[in-house]
Design a protein around this ligand. Structure first.
Ligand code: PMP
Length: 451
């Protein structure tokens, strides 16, 4: 039996953290554990309890924790005597990484592609993308979408939908405009599935209206599946329309693949679902094979930057490049994106059947292994088109019931009422079934507590 000091280790770590770290800390408030070790889809906390990790570093850990391929690549680099920190000097490790990334892009994009190493956060790479298109076009207007999330810096927060972190920060970027994203369950036009036609029509009209109030665009940024906004997949037809509309008007289209990139949605890059070629893509999270790394890849015509136009000390993280190359090779070599598509459908089917008996699940949606379950309160008045107000208290209860049963899930999206599944891409069929079973039990238990 564990002694009382051993059983309370999580609490002790959390208490110490609360006393020393800033009030901005976030995940441990909802998932109150300290982590001792991790392997694959599992993490073990300081009290010895093991969980399924369906947060996976907020979608970073495509191959799960400590995948042997990634660990070996790091060990090899460490043993080789190669430098770890190289600013933006060329190295053989970097060259291999760029070769691998370019070989992974659609050839039409790759043959005109330039790459810039950034920050190494997703937010810094988005910043770079914004500066790139502003410089290239000489314009200042940026378009993004309601529900979009692109980072936590001044610039990226300015183009993100999330309101609470913006509320108290003055002087965000001017000339940013938000457009309606095709969110079927909460359709901004009140028509549901067909709403995306109205969205693209609205956008096209706005761009051509000489009295729209909005001066010429520098660029438009979007996610193919909104992550933090609540795992919302955009219809393929709409994505194609947005590409047509922006191409015809020479507006650089930036696809933020920070969360969707490297197989998460069932394609290596999410934009491939629509067969479009973006002008700019932003990659981070999975691209570093679990270490910090970010890049912007863009069409060479946009390369109007002067030397030093986007700098940053940590652009030469060799360990991350080695880990990223290994992860990318593994993902492609083992056809992980195809497996993700199948596994995603399996999980989705399970979650749809939970929805059948639940009174409080409004929507189950997603693409690949990026799935959201929106918890709503049907006893409140409908918001139109069969959608009901979010029920964040119940979503949190379900999250906590999952945690008790050894399943880590994050809650996000509109009104923090969307339970998000972001497991590592190496999850097995059996694990999908087990996770769905735990979720189902947790939903029943949480619902019983409020009925
Ligand atoms: N873009 C998207 C789509 C993201 O999901 C995130 C992070 N959740 C970011 C940008 C920002 O990345 P980072 O937190 O590394 O700055």
């Amino acid at each position: 039996m564990l002694s009382s000091t051993e059983v309370n280790q999580n609490a002790a770590y959390l208490e110490k953290q609360a006393s020393r770290e800033s009030n901005a800390r976030s995940y441990p408030r909802r998932i109150p554990i300290a982590i001792r070790e991790a392997q694959g889809i599992h993490v073990t906390d300081m009290d010895g309890k093991t969980y399924y990790d369906c947060l996976a570093g907020a979608g970073t850990l495509a191959l799960g924790h400590n995948h042997p391929v990634v660990i070996n690549a790091m060990k090899e680099l460490l043993d080789s005597g190669a430098p770890l920190h190289t600013l933006d000097f060329p190295t053989s490790v970097k060259e291999k990484f760029v070769d691998e990334v370019f070989a992974s892009l659609p050839p039409e994009f790759a043959k005109r592609a330039k790459i810039q190493f950034c920050g190494p956060t997703g937010g810094d790479a988005v910043e770079a993308a914004l500066k790139l298109v502003k410089t290239a076009t000489g314009n200042r207007t940026l378009f993004s979408f309601h529900g979009g999330y692109h980072g936590s810096t001044h610039g990226t927060l300015s183009i993100s939908g999330t309101l609470s972190p913006k509320q108290k920060v003055q002087s965000l970027l001017p000339d940013t405009h938000f457009l309606p994203y095709p969110y079927e369950y909460r359709c901004p036009f009140g028509v549901g599935k067909e709403g995306h036609h109205l969205s693209s029509r609205y956008i096209e009209n706005l761009l051509d209206d000489p009295e729209s109030g909005i001066v010429a665009a520098a660029g438009m940024i979007m996610e193919i599946v909104q992550g933090e906004g609540g795992s919302i997949p955009a219809p393929v037809e709409w994505i194609k329309e947005i590409r047509r509309i922006t191409s015809e008007r020479n507006i650089p289209l930036i696809i933020d693949e920070v969360q969707t990139g490297l197989g998460r949605t069932g394609k290596l890059f999410a934009f491939e679902h629509a067969g479009i070629i973006p002008d700019v893509i932003v990659l981070s999270k999975a691209i570093g094979g679990s270490l910090p790394l970010s890049v912007v890849i863009y069409d060479e015509r946009l390369d109007q930057w002067s030397p030093g136009a986007h700098i940053g000390t940590f652009r030469g993280n060799q360990l991350a490049m080695a880990a990223g190359t290994a992860a990318l090779q593994y993902i492609k070599g083992n056809e992980i994106p195809n497996q993700v598509a199948v596994l995603g459908q399996r999980l989705m089917k399970h979650l749809q059947s939970v929805k059948q008996y639940s009174h409080f699940i409004g929507d189950v949606r997603g693409r690949g292994l990026m799935i959201g379950v929106e918890i709503v309160n049907p006893t409140n008045q409908s918001k139109g088109h069969n959608s009901y107000p979010g029920y964040p208290e119940l979503a949190t209860k379900i999250q906590q019931e999952c945690l008790k049963r050894g399943l880590i899930l994050e809650v996000g999206g509109r009104h923090s009422a969307v339970i998000r599944f972001l497991p590592p891409l190496i999850i097995t069929n059996e694990q999908v079934d087990d996770i769905a079973e735990i979720f189902s039990e947790a939903v029943q238990k949480a619902e019983a507590s409020i009925l």
